[in-house]
Design a binder for this molecule. Structure first.
Ligand code: SF4
Length: 138
């Protein structure tokens, strides 16, 4: 029989669009070729133009560039919104249900400290949490 994880009853999450997860501490937003193409199309840029302006190579993978201070290059600091929200990469879509945040209740509590939408709002069922968590490789 399959073991039910500690979050078997689901977890609450509703994004407040505060922008915390797009700004601050340095990190990586990994993007696949397909995601890069979609983002380029969305912004009306050629693939090579988009790559030059928004993508960096890290250990053989590709990640969105960060501004100094750690903000994502696609985060609009005036409106405090993601410029490509509807087309955002898988890594952003799967937040906050990353395996590292789901390891145990303590890890989830830490996530709730940095993401005000976590632990609040609508109840996300186990199946959806697992589906979103599976899509990510960080
Ligand atoms: S930190 Fe959480 S609430 Fe804020 S924008 Fe990111 S996902 Fe939404």
């Amino acid at each position: 029989m399959e073991k039910i994880p500690w979050f078997g009853e689901g977890l609450r999450f509703e994004c407040t669009q505060c922008g915390n997860c797009c700004t601050g501490a340095p990190g990586y937003v990994w993007v696949s070729r397909g995601e890069i193409q979609r983002l380029a199309d969305f912004l009306g840029l050629s693939l090579s133009h988009f790559r030059r302006q928004y993508v960096r190579k890290v250990h053989g993978r590709e990640s969105l560039i960060e501004r100094s201070g750690g903000d994502c290059v696609l985060f609009d600091s005036e409106t405090r919104r993601c410029r490509v929200y509807s087309e955002r990469p898988r890594q952003c879509r799967s937040w906050p249900f990353w395996p590292s945040n789901l390891r145990n209740p303590r890890a989830w509590q830490s996530t709730c400290q940095v993401c005000p939408g976590s632990g609040q709002g609508k109840l996300v069922p186990l199946e959806e949490i697992e589906a979103r968590s599976e899509k990510i490789r960080i």
